[in-house]
Design a protein around this ligand. Sequence first.
Ligand code: ACO
Length: 399
Amino acid sequence: SIDISTLAKKTGLTTLDYGFVNTAATRSAITYIDGDAGILRYRGYPIEQIAQNSNFLETAWLLIYGELPSANELANFDDRIRHHTLLHEDMRRFFDSLPHKAHPMSVLASGVSALSTFYQDSLDPKDPEQVEISTIRLLAKLPVMAAYAHKKSVGQAFLYPDNSLSFVDNFLKLNFGNMAEPYEVNPVVSKALERLLMLHEDHEQNASTSTVRLVGSTEANLFASVSSGINALFGPLHGGANEAVLSMLGEIQASGQGVEKYVERVKNKEQGVKLMGFGHRVYKNYDPRATLVKESAHEVLAALGVQDDLLDIAQELEHIALNDDYFKERRLYPNVDFYTGVIYKAMGFPTRMFTVLFAIGRLPGWVAHWREMNEDPATKIGRPQQLYVGSPARDYPLR
Ligand code: ACO
């Protein structure tokens, strides 16, 4: 690889690279992906070993600070996060004021952006103590806001966090508990959600992380940068695909025309018809996260005693696509989003919450990248070039 910015200065050369298919915007020591071999590692550790042995907060620490925490470090980290879960009461009123039909992703992005107004003491990206406290606040409060976005969308009262519970269990209670009855966390759901969140924690320079870095490169604060990342994740070509997969499976089921008919429509490139949850800019092989998610889908549905025809449709769709030349030639395989929706549905989350769950999972990665960028002396404000293709200079007509 060459450092194109030095070369460009010397030669006046500009590269045009739609979608940054071949252009690195930074160096990074956080996540390694080999898309041809289907390899994903966090700080050198294979994702399969992380999924098997770690937990959400330990992996978050690993991504943010670079090494696995000691038992003491992890306990302190967990404790600090638990003690920052409460939101300012005005923040609850802020959520109240949003329309209940709003998409939970828009509510979440608005809430994270609003954190800049409530915590003006921790907005300086160059002050390590402020960066540290804003990291903790974000990890603690974003899941609470995500649960509020859910409660808001179903018209239920917001609960206060229960800091005696773990990160994931607290989140489940905030989503599925109510004020009238005690809530017991189902350990199957808790374990599966923890695993899914871990699998989402980082994925190097994807669109939302690149957005967080680009916004952060202007020295914008962490809350502002992460809320921009949430908005980037919302799109159906990125995190929004998990919601779109479920709509697609539901559409196939409702049409009664079978999976093959839908695949034909995809191959005929009918306007707006894609195999959602398939294909990836980097993976030209099975996404290793999709393998792990598929295992979880079977385990969770079996443990919860849920029979969902959508899982059968998903498996049939995968089988047909993997054996079809159209998909083989283009090296299109299931990505992480393909099976997650079926699991989230079995857990009881409404479809519109699926991308919000992705955002909670991805948060440590966004924070880790923002901090890495912020600490890197080579960082410059992100400012892409363009090739101007408009009109040459002309005189304004005198009328
Ligand atoms: N269904 C059908 N055809 C597809 C799909 C798909 N899901 N994905 C790519 N293709 C086809 C394209 O039509 C194109 O065909 P062509 O060469 O005949 O024109 C070829 O495969 C290459 O596709 P590109 O669009 O160039 O691939 P790109 O790397 O730009 O896009 C993307 C990657 C956006 C993920 C794409 O595969 C897609 O839209 N997938 C569906 C949405 C999705 O699942 N997104 C989640 C991605 S993972 C994540 O963000 C967590």
